[in-house]
Design a protein around this ligand. Structure first.
Ligand code: ATP
Ligand code: MG
Length: 361
């Protein structure tokens, strides 16, 4: 059996980057469980959910926040995640996440945390900035939660003792940090025990590691980017998709198409998207070679049509789930929470034992 775990932040409806980088893989892993041929069938134990505690690091109106959680959950169901094959739950429903985070904080080094890039990104300082260089204003902006975010994320992962964590490239750092914490915990508290408390989870990286923003192609596509034209939502209607791709920022380089993420990030991102939505096994260079005589306009039209095809049916399913009220969401959550709670409770028992906290009978 392979235990596979991943979360998504409920900061809005997932976009094409989330889909190609993570969610499509979640669905494939689920389908492996019930594959028609024995050869393809895998015994995956899947635990997926919404990192709603993490989303508190983003200041939001409470109604918007609630709405976002509902929409993200509905999106997972619309993608075809099936609560009978994948446990789907909300992080905030399982109190052990916050509890384990505190315990792991005792082996988490602030030096390591200060080198991580996400908090720098979110408060808008360069990725080489160090804590000492921050001025008063930046320090005020840097809340403890943003700084310790990776510790909560490590707790999320380690609670379920997964073998694999399917995420996009931006999360590599965080999983590496998680492994480091697991090692530190094991050596600090579990050296004399029969078995280490935590195993070291591995990243499962999809080939679409990092889809870029359509408007600022040097940045990754993000849910929290204020510009709605920077991303394609998995629930966008065909015409919205066509429009956003048409408006995507490219360049005015003359001559044939070339794939060059450094010099032509916008065009290269479109080619990258084309490769992944069509699941092409060719390299981006080969794809570009074949499209040499295509104009930018025609490339955009082609990319848009392939995205439309790929996301076909998701919007309809999403609308139906939302129109039916919260019923489907609620029953999925009940099932998923039960699975998550059992697993989390079991891990915490081991953790409590390892550190010497009281373990109730
Ligand atoms: P936010 O801006 O709120 O952080 P996000 O778009 O980064 O939103 P997350 O919820 O943080 O989305 O990430 C969910 C999953 O999607 C993670 O596994 C992450 O690695 C992956 N992911 C996010 N953005 C991209 C992207 N542009 N390309 C590929 N994978 C991505
Ligand atoms: Mg993110």
């Amino acid at each position: 059996q392979r235990v596979i775990f991943s979360l998504i932040q409920p900061t809005g409806i997932p976009h094409l980057g989330n889909y190609l980088g993570a969610l499509r893989r979640w669905k494939e892993l689920q389908d492996e469980k019930t594959a028609p041929t024995k050869k393809r069938r895998r015994n995956n134990r899947l635990i997926f959910g919404l990192a709603d505690l993490h989303s508190l690091t983003l200041k939001q109106d409470r109604e918007v926040r609630r709405q976002n959680s509902r929409q993200t959950f509905a999106s997972l169901l619309a993608l075809g995640l099936d609560p009978n094959r994948s446990a789907l739950f909300l992080q905030s429903q399982i109190q052990e996440h916050a509890e384990l985070m505190w315990i792991l904080s005792n082996v988490a080094s602030t030096g390591y945390l200060s080198r991580m890039t996400q908090w720098k990104d979110k408060i808008g300082v360069g990725k080489d900035a160090s804590m000492e260089q921050l001025d008063e204003k930046a320090r005020e902006k840097l809340k403890l939660s943003l700084f310790s975010y990776p510790v909560l994320q490590a707790a999320d992962i380690l609670l379920y003792r997964p073998n694999f964590v399917p995420v996009g490239e931006d999360q590599l750092q965080h999983v590496e940090f998680t492994r480091q914490l697991a090692r530190s915990f094991n050596s600090a508290y579990a050296r004399d025990l029969k078995a280490p408390t935590f195993n070291l989870p591995e990243v499962m990286l999809s080939p679409a590691k990092r889809i870029m923003s359509l408007q600022q192609p040097e940045k990754k596509m993000s849910k929290s980017d204020p510009d709605v034209n920077s991303r394609i939502l998995i629930t966008d209607a065909p015409d919205e998709i066509r429009n956003k791709i048409r408006k995507a920022k490219t360049d005015s380089v003359e001559g044939p198409l070339t794939y060059d993420p450094e010099k032509r990030p916008g065009v290269s991102n479109l080619i990258e998207i084309l490769k992944h939505v069509t699941r092409s096994s060719k390299s981006c260079e080969e794809i570009t070679q074949e499209l040499q005589d295509t104009t930018l306009g025609a490339l955009k039209a082609l990319v848009a049509e392939e995205i439309v095809k790929n996301l076909d049916g998701i919007k309809e399913k999403y609308d139906a789930i939302v129109a039916a009220g919260d019923k489907e969401i609620h029953s999925a959550m009940v099932l998923g929470t039960r699975v998550a709670r059992a697993k989390a409770g079991n891990t915490m028992k081991h953790v409590r034992e390892a550190v010497g906290l009281y373990v109730p009978e």
